[in-house]
Every structure is written in C-alpha cells, then in structure tokens.
Design a protein around this ligand. Sequence first.
Ligand SMILES: [Zn+2]
Length: 323
Amino acid sequence: MADTQPPIELVAPDIRALCSGNTDIEYVTSVESGVPGPHVVINALCHGNELCVVVAVERLLRLDIRPLRGRLTLCLANVAAFRRFNPARPHASRYVVEDFNRVWSREVLEGRRDSVELRRARELRPLYQQADVLLDLHSMVNPGEPLALCGRTLRGRALALALGYPRWVIVDAGHASGRRLIDFDAFACPDDEAGSGGKVALLVECGQHWATKAAETAFALSLRTLAHTGLISPSLVHAHAPALGSAPQRVVEVTEVVTATSDDFSFVADFVGMEAVPRAGTVIGYDHGQPVRTPYDDCILIMPSRKTLRGQTAVRLARPIAV
Ligand SMILES: [Zn+2]
C-alpha cells in the first residue's frame, strides 16, 4: 500500500470541556425526556485516531438536543487514546494498549487481564447494556465511501436501511482478534431469541478519519438515527444535517476474513476498499510469500488494512446479497 497519507482537514477539538458530561462517567452526556421511548446511545472514539467522529459529537452536544421521548446519550469512548492524537503521527493514537473494539466478550471483560482500554470498557459496559439502539461511529484509514456494518442480525440490517445511507451495508461477524462492541451481548443475539430484547447496534465507517466530509456524515447519520427512533423531529434533520448521497443501498455479506499469519503481509495494489475483483482465484496479496486469492467471481474487498501484523485482519471478502 502507498504511504501517502490523506490530509488532516479537521482540527482536533479541545474535549476537556466535554469531560464532565452530566453522568457519573466522564465523557458521557445523557438526556432523559421523561416520556417512554428507546435509549439511544451515540458512541464515538472506540479508536483514538478517529477525529471526524469527535467533531460530530461535539457538534451534537452544541445542538443541545432535548429528546421528545426516551433517552439520548452521547459517549466518547477511548478518550485516553484520543488525548494522544498528534497531527505529526496521526495513525499512532488508535489505542493506548489494545483495541477498545476487540474486547467485547464476557470472557475478556470479566477476565483478569487489565489495560487502559479494558478499564474504560468495564466502566462503559453498563451504559451500553442499557442502550436499546447503539450507533457506533467510526472512520477509516483510506478515503473510501462510508460503510454501515450491521453484524448478522436482521434488525441491524433494517436500521442501516432505514437510515438510507451509506450506500454500502455490510453483513458481517467481526474479527478473529476479538469481539466488537456491536457484537456484544444482546446486540448480537439472534433475531428469533428473546434475549435480544430488540436491542440493535450499528457501526458506521463514516469516511476518512480526518476528512471534513466524514464528520458531516457522522453528524447527519446521528440525527437520522434520532429521527428514526422518534427522539427528534425529522425537521431537525432537515434543518441541521448536510445532504447525503441518495444512491440505492447495496447489502453485501462478508464470507471470509483474511487474517494475516505473519508480519509480512502486502497487497498487490493500493486497494482502498469496495473494489470488486471479477475473477475467482485472482491474487490480491501475499502473506509471508504465500498468495492470497479471491474465492469467487465479483469478490468485494472490505476495508483492506494499510499495515497488517500477524493475527490482525488484512481484508474481508464479501459478495452481494438480495435485500
Ligand atoms: Zn474505528
């Protein structure tokens, strides 16, 4: 992959003002309507280098939304990593010790291991477990199109389609290196099991980490989620949210996760993601000298990693499914 780094268009906000929030947990702000309705949590900063989503949450906080029903909570997750954000080394602040978005299993959360990220995850766990709807805002290394990752539940997929954007909706089961927040507990419970309680989580990759457009996408999708769940009036979306694309949405299913078996993984081209490789058997990369081939025709590459170490996801492979 090329080493050219996308420009940093956004300025990191001073989030110290957001620290106190209004709850017992730092960087968590919650507003109760007093009217029955869902608890919607908008979560940002699972990864500390995702500048655009902090900008979006700061903008949401400035709107001072009073929900019409239910409860609205805005949460900045891995603040310890974000505090290390340095425009000179902008990739370096993804996490402090480990990936906050790979610790979401009971075994890990209730295990004996300790880290900055695990401490924060354990602190935030009750909040996420209270959420009926979780919008988890993320961004990407490469300047590709936004993506919605809805896990394997139909309710996650339905939420992605209800928002009408982004164009790409990805059905997937996560990563070998650890469970994501959207796959935690009731969020990933099969649709036909009572344990889900209808709880739904959606992860959106809003665009390139440091791009103005990605911040606008994160902000607009947050407002769309709040309108869809009845917490705000649709007129608030029209008044404040920038327009998003209107191309028909496409649902694709991840069939394989390519996990690097060595620290020597490279792609044959500068893939940015969502490329469709026409022929099965095409070599897309090499892992310690061994070719990595596409398993079927029209294989779609999901979020190829810029730099992959052993045990990490290099790319995921997907094919379209009918909605
Ligand atoms: Zn992320």
